[in-house]
Every structure is written in structure tokens, then in C-alpha cells.
Design a protein around this ligand. Structure first.
Ligand code: KG4
Ligand code: ZN
Length: 357
């Protein structure tokens, strides 16, 4: 019988729950965003996040079970890390308790593997191998992907993640949390020729990123503009536009470089920032120019969700991989410590990259 997996995502400020069915796809999904709770503080308050996950997770599980017409599932996948440790413990605790009650296997999923595999839920899915650009609130990584659990990190951010730099710059511009989508919206009114922000680390070889200087550049530009009495609304929009252009072009340059260095033709984008429309548009043009193909999840699967966790968990559960009763969520967890499904447990594997291949 087709395996059905319940996915639970509680690593940050979204409670995501979904049911993935082998051979069918997503049966049901629901996401509750805690935005209103954290907006007053200008960012995620970990303890409030944990408490709200406690309130929302079980009702959302009941909801997706009812929507899919199922009484139970064949396996449970929960995000085990990286993320806020209290928030992770909620999803892990509920996931394991339900698995025990239903007598089904459970598995802890790596949040970034969830993001990375989300494009495989689309039609057509990207065939392996491919290069993945993971751009979320906490991570910016270029990964060479040979198969599930066969990851080699090609480069990552030395400081702020791309999403983090969107959020911090949005704050400087007086936009409400969460800043990324709000900044993208403001940028649409900006004059693209007004300011030019640096494209960090593009003038030297390598696939590392550094976005932390852009927020300072934005602040200085804002202060200089206000000092000479520029119209504050237009000034903010122009800065948003220049900032977005700089991040997008930097990501495009590094992705093209990664394809060239690995010899791959396919580029997969995932994580919250991959919902950004200008990024998709510019990346599509730039990758088509060199004869490559781009793949993205639909926008609702770019940001945090339970579907990607159900799907990533399914890949491992179907190979017979699951976890003992004790579980250990991890606040920090390098993606390249994962191994292919069935080879060892997700949390205990500690392979160095050269062993992965
Ligand atoms: O993957 P995600 O939902 O959560 C993490 O794992 O971090 O990513 C959230 C990040 C936030 O920084 C948010 O501002 C950013 O993704 N984001 C965007 C857009 N939508 C979400 N950034 C730019 N443009 C967007 N449209
Ligand atoms: Zn995420």
C-alpha cells in the first residue's frame, strides 16, 4: 500500500503540517504563520514561538487528517534542526508521541534538506545531479546535489544570510517584520538607476557570500538622502530597489559560477528568498543564456512548510530509515553531515564531505 507520511515543521515562526502520499503527492497541507505575534517585537521571540507551536500543531494535524480523510499515517517526519531549539522540541515531541501512539516509525528531518528537496514536489522535478542555491532566513548555501543525502557544500555565507539581510535592511527602511516580502514590494516603486549598491565578493574567485555590508550601505544611503531633504518615501523605495538588485545580481553571478565550476546544467532554487520574483526573473534569464535550466518550488513551498518535511522524511522512511525512541533536536546541524537514505540515521551520521561521494 502507498506509504503516507505526516510532516511537521516547527523550526522557527511557522507551524507547517502536511501529508505526503507515495505515488500521489500532497494529500493535504496547512501552514500557520506567527507573524502577528512577533511583529510587535520586530523579530522572532523564541519563547513565544515555542508556546504558539504548542497551541497550533495538534489542531493543524487534526485539520490535515480530516482534509485527507485519513485516520492515521504510515510514518511521521518532524524537523529536527537546524532551528530554534524550543520550537524544534515541540514538533519533535508531538511527532514522536504520535508515532508511539500510532505505532509507526518517525524520523527527524534536516530543515535545509526539506527546502532542498521541495522542488522535487513540482512537475517536472529536477533530475539529479544539480546545483542548489538555498536562500532562507538563516542560510545561504550553494550545494552540489548528486542524490538524496549526497550533498557537497560549494559555498555559503560568511555572515548574514540573504533572507537575514533582506530582513535587516527592511528594518532600517522602517518596514514591518517580516521584512523580505515587504522590501520586495517597496522596491517595485524604486528607480533602478538611482543608486548602485556593491555586489559583495563577486570580484574574486570562490562561491562564498557576504551580505552583512549591504545593510550598512543602505543605512548610510538613507542618512545621506534624508540629510539633503530627499522625499523620504521615494528615497526608501530607491534604496529597496538598489538593495534588491545587488542581492539578486550577486546570487546570479555565484550561481553561474557554480554551474561552470561543477559542469552541471540544472540549477534548483529553494528557501524563503527563492519566492522573490525579481530573483526568479533574473536567474531564469541568466541561466538560460548559458544553456541551463532553473527549477523552483511554488512560492508557498519556498517559505517554511510541512510539505517539504513530509516529502524529505518519506524519502528516508521508505528506505527503512527511522529513529530510536530517544530524539535529539539540533539547533545547529551542517547539511553535509547527512548521508543517503537508509545508510545511517539522520541525526547520528557525521560524514565528512569526501566520504559522502
Ligand atoms: O525559508 P524561510 O521561510 O525560513 C527560514 O528557514 O529561514 O525563509 C524566510 C526568509 C526571511 O528572511 C524572509 O524575509 C525571506 O525568506 N523572504 C523573502 C521573500 N519571501 C520571504 N525575501 C525576499 N523576497 C521575498 N519575496
Ligand atoms: Zn526555512
Amino acid at each position: 500500500m502507498a506509504m503516507r507520511v505526516l510532516g511537521i515543521e516547527t523550526s522557527c515562526d511557522e507551524t507547517g503540517v502536511a501529508i505526503y502520499e507515495e505515488g500521489y503527492g500532497l494529500r493535504a497541507q496547512a501552514v500557520y504563520s506567527q507573524t502577528v505575534i512577533h511583529a510587535a517585537y520586530g523579530g522572532v521571540v523564541p519563547e513565544l514561538a515555542s508556546r504558539d507551536h504548542i497551541r497550533k500543531t495538534l489542531p493543524l494535524i487534526r485539520q490535515v487528517l480530516a482534509e485527507s480523510g485519513l485516520a492515521s499515517v504510515d510514518g511521521i517526519a518532524y524537523t529536527a534542526g537546524p532551528g530554534l531549539i524550543g520550537a524544534l522540541l515541540v514538533g519533535a515531541g508531538i511527532g514522536r508521541a504520535l508515532a508511539w501512539a500510532w505505532q509507526v516509525p518517525a524520523i527527524g528531518v534536516h530543515h535545509m534538506e526539506g527546502h532542498l528537496l521541495a522542488p522535487l514536489l513540482e512537475d517536472p522535478p529536477p533530475p539529479f545531479p544539480f546545483v542548489a542555491l538555498l536562500v532562507s532566513g538563516g542560510h545561504t548555501q550553494l550545494v552540489d546535489v548528486l542524490g538524496i543525502g549526497r550533498y557537497r557544500i560549494l559555498g555559503e555565507s560568511l555572515d548574514d544570510a540573504a533572507g537575514e539581510s533582506f530582513d535587516k535592511t527592511a528594518k532600517i527602511l522602517g518596514l514591518p517584520y517580516p521584512g523580505g516580502p515587504a522590501l520586495a514590494q517597496l522596491a517595485q516603486r524604486g528607480d533602478p538607476g538611482r543608486y548602485r549598491f556593491p555586489r559583495p565578493m563577486t570580484d574574486r574567485p570562490g562561491l562564498e557570500f557576504s551580505f552583512s555590508g549591504l545593510k550598512t550601505f543602505a543605512l548610510k544611503t538613507l542618512q545621506a538622502g534624508l540629510a539633503v531633504n530627499q522625499d523620504p518615501d521615494q528615497l526608501r523605495a530607491d534604496i529597496a530597489r538598489a538593495f534588491e538588485e545587488a542581492v539578486v545580481e550577486t546570487l546570479v553571478i555565484k550561481c553561474r559560477r557554480a554551474l561552470r565550476l561543477t559542469g552541471r546544467q540544472r540549477l534548483v532554487l529553494a528557501g524563503g528568498v527563492s519566492a522573490n520574483e525579481r530573483l526568479r526573473q533574473r536567474m531564469d534569464e541568466a541561466i538560460a543564456e548559458i544553456g541551463g535550466q532553473t527549477y523552483y518550488p511554488r512560492p508557498s513551498l519556498c517559505t517554511d512548510n510541512g510539505a517539504m518535511i513530509a516529502f524529505a522524511g518519506y524519502q528516508r522512511l521508505r528506505a527503512g530509515q527511522h529513529e530510536p525512541l530517544a530524539f535529539a533536536p539540533r539547533a545547529r546541524w551542517p547539511l553535509d553531515e547527512l548521508s543517503p537514505p537508509g545508510e545511517s540515521t539522520a541525526t547520528s551520521s557525521a560524514l565528512v564531505p569526501s566520504q559522502v561521494f
